[in-house]
Design a protein around this ligand. Structure first.
Ligand code: SF4
Length: 379
């Protein structure tokens, strides 16, 4: 069994961004304090299979975890250390937003054991940031990057979003230049998705911005693949690029079927053998449940062999270099992909979306762009 990862959800932000549909709300000091108490309690009573109580990754996601005080972060880490065995050299990631942390705060986070920063730059264009409702400027992003470096963070990842309202290919190209000039060791580059019910979806409906153009988004994707490769990054996953040795170890667990345990509202867990469960999404309700001594789990699913096999294929295909080894897949799940999906394999190979070399099935670059179409065939 692979070692497990731990995900901690921090559902607070300075303000809501217009495109966001995550479980997060505006920061309230008193609620944040109650929430940290609840988290510590949830971690403390966790019962899991003994062999996976050893963990080698911890990920603070959100929301904006960097709004926590170092004392609050320390209490959560202490609770994790009491309940789990953290391996030496474990990856401890914190999502941060520019302008939400001071140099002293960063030094404290580093001292407490955080050794990787996932940094929400999103774009280096101030007008685009304002359109998204972000509370920081491109200058803040550059300053926080310098502060991270000064605080001893050498493992820093940037998030950037392409296909923003009114964004041109030239503007996206400029964004890539700005990000690459800072030489982060990891980049997560996403295409904007407009989620129903978000202010952005409403603004597009009212005609404030045009709907993002799919062909332009495809050009942006190709440009980022080309530009990052030229700059020495490996595209190890559809949306993730890194310098050798800096893959996101925590996120890789999601794509390889390793166990992970989520704590906090809206967090998800997987035991690595077929059980998935998720917590109450609403922050206040989550706190109430924990304070009342109830379990915050609101959904539990047991995947059968067929569902496990399908998941292993579409998650495995996200890892562009590694792909899915069909012989290993058959040994593990008893599923013969060549036999069960012969027509799909032929169709997608002819369309240039996948390639099968020996036993290893991989997405091509064109397939990475149309990955949802490919994945749908296997589910
Ligand atoms: S900072 Fe991130 S989590 Fe918070 S509202 Fe913006 S996009 Fe959502």
């Amino acid at each position: 069994m692979d070692r497990a990862g731990i995900y901690i959800h921090i559902p607070f932000c300075r303000a809501r961004c217009s495109y966001c549909d995550f479980a997060t709300g505006t920061y309230e000091g008193a609620l944040a304090e109650q929430y940290v108490f609840a988290l510590v309690r949830e971690v403390g009573v966790f019962v899991g299979p003994t062999e996976t109580l050893e963990v080698d990754t911890i990920f603070f996601g959100g929301g904006t975890p960097s709004l926590l005080s170092p004392a609050q972060l320390g209490r959560i880490l202490e609770a994790i250390r009491r309940r789990f065995r953290i391996t030496r050299g474990a990856e401890v990631t914190m999502e941060m937003n520019p302008g939400t942390v001071t140099p002293e705060g960063l030094r404290e986070f580093r001292r407490l054991g955080v050794n990787r920063a996932s940094f929400g730059a999103q774009t280096f264009d101030d007008r685009e940031l304002a359109r998204l409702g972000r509370t920081h400027t491109a200058g803040d992003a550059r300053c926080t990057f310098v502060d991270l470096h000064d605080a001893g963070f050498s493992n820093v990842s940037f998030d950037l979003i392409a296909g923003l309202p009114e964004q041109t290919l030239a503007a996206w190209s400029h964004n890539l230049d700005e990000a690459l000039a800072l030489r982060p060791v990891h980049l997560s580059l996403y295409l904007l998705e407009v989620h129903t019910g978000t202010p952005l979806a409403d603004q597009i409906k009212r005609g404030m911005w045009r709907e993002p153009d799919a062909d332009l988004a495809a050009e942006m994707y190709s440009l980022m693949v080309e530009r990052t490769r030229h700059a020495g990054y490996r595209q190890y996953e559809i949306s993730n690029f890194c310098r050798p040795g800096y893959e996101a170890r925590h996120n890789t667990k999601y794509w390889t079927g390793a166990p992970y345990y989520g704590f906090g509202c809206s967090s998800h867990s997987f035991d690595g053998t077929g059980a998935r469960w998720s917590n109450e999404r609403d922050t206040k309700r989550y706190v109430e449940m924990i304070e009342a001594g109830e379990s915050p789990i609101v959904e539990r699913v047991e995947l059968d062999a067929r569902a496990m096999s399908a998941e292993a294929i579409f998650l495995g295909l996200r890892l562009l270099e590694r792909g899915v080894n069909l012989a290993e897949h058959r040994a593990r799940f008893g599923a013969d992909v060549r036999q069960e999906h012969g027509d799909d394999l032929e169709r997608f190979t002819d369309a240039g979306l996948i390639e099968l070399r020996g036993d290893v099935l991989r997405l091509t670059q064109s397939g990475a762009l149309l990955s949802n179409e490919v994945f749908a065939a296997f589910v």
